[in-house]
Design a binder for this molecule. Structure first.
Ligand code: PEP
Length: 257
C-alpha cells in the first residue's frame, strides 16, 4: 500500500512532549531525524515539535535543516508573562510551526477560547504556521464538541487575518481516548469527524486545501500510518509516542519517503 494518490505532501508532526530529560539525550534523538532527513528529497513534510528549552541547542546541530516546531506559543506579544514564550522569540529561533491547544496543554492550563484565538493570531503575525489541535473525550458528544470549539476559536477577526495572510494552517483531530492508548480510530470514524470539521469550517468561509489541511493524532505508528494516511480526509498526522522511539522514526521515514 502507498499513499501516492494524495495531491499534497503529507504533514508528519513528531511531538516529543516533555521528553527526553537531558540535552545530550535530546541531541542523540535528534540525530536520528538529522540522518534520515539528510540529502533526501522526502515525499512528506516532517516537523519535530521540541520542548522550548531544546529549540536553540537543537537548531545548532540541525544539519539537515529539518523543520522545528514549538509545542505552544504565548497569546501575548511580550511583557510580564512568566513562563511563556512569545511568537517573536520563536521565530527568532527559526521556528516555523507551533502546536496550539494540544489536549495536554489544555488539560493542564484550562485555556479559554479567546486565549486559543490569540495564540493563533500571534503565530500568524510571526509567520509561524499554527497546528490547531481539536480534541474530544466523549464519543456521544464529539461532533457537537468539535463544532463548538471551532465556532468559538475562529472569530471574525481571526478569519479576516487568515484570509489576508494567504497561508495554509493545520487542524489536528485528537481524540483524547486514543492518545497514548496504542489504539487509533478507524478510518471511517476519522473521516466522519474530519467531515464535521470541514462542514463547520466551510460555514466559517474557510476551505480545506486553500486555507487549511486536516491531520489525525492518536496512537499513529509504523504499523498503522499507511492505512490512516489513506483515509480520504487525512492530510497528515501528529505523533506522540512514536516520535521519541528511534526504531519507529526510522520505519516511518522509510514507509513514507
Ligand atoms: C499526541 O499527544 O498528540 C499524540 C497523538 O500522542 P500519541 O501518538 O502517543 O497517541
Amino acid at each position: 500500500m502507498n499513499i501516492s494518490t494524495k495531491s499534497k505532501k503529507l504533514f508528519v508532526g513528531f511531538n516529543w512532549k516533555m521528553n527526553p530529560n537531558t540535552l545530550p539525550e535530546a541531541k542523540t534523538l535528534f540525530h536520528v531525524y538529522n540522518n534520515l532527513n539528510l540529502n533526501v528529497n522526502l515525499n512528506f513534510l516532517p516537523v519535530v515539535f521540541l520542548p522550548g528549552i531544546y529549540i536553540n541547542p537543537i537548531q545548532e546541530i540541525n544539519s539537515s535543516k529539518i523543520n522545528v516546531g514549538s509545542q505552544d506559543i504565548s497569546d501575548k506579544q511580550s511583557g510580564a508573562f512568566t513562563g511563556q514564550i512569545s511568537g517573536q522569540m520563536l521565530s527568532g529561533a527559526d521556528v516555523k510551526y507551533t502546536l496550539i491547544n494540544h489536549s495536554e496543554t489544555n488539560r493542564d492550563q484550562k485555556l479559554d477560547f479567546e486565549t486559543i484565538s490569540n495564540k493563533f493570531i500571534q503565530a500568524l503575525q510571526n509567520e509561524i504556521t499554527p497546528i490547531l489541535c481539536i480534541s474530544f473525550d466523549k464519543q456521544e458528544t464529539a461532533k457537537l464538541d468539535l463544532t463548538k470549539q471551532l465556532q468559538n476559536i475562529f472569530t471574525s477577526g481571526l478569519i479576516k487575518l487568515i484570509q489576508s495572510k494567504n497561508t495554509v494552517f493545520y487542524i489536528a483531530l485528537e481524540p483524547v481516548l486514543n492518545i497514548g492508548s496504542g489504539k487509533a480510530l478507524e478510518c471511517s470514524e476519522i473521516d466522519d469527524y474530519l467531515g464535521v470539521i470541514q462542514n463547520c469550517m466551510s460555514k466559517l468561509e474557510l476551505n480545506k486545501t486553500e486555507n487549511y489541511m486536516t491531520l489525525y493524532g492518536g496512537s499513529v505508528n509504523a504499523a498503522n500510518i499507511l492505512e490512516i494516511g489513506n483515509c480520504d480526509l487525512v492530510d497528515g498526522f501528529l505523533l506522540g509516542g512514536a516520535s521519541i522511539d528511534p526504531d519507529q522514526i526510522n520505519q516511518i521515514f522509510n514507509l513514507l519517503k
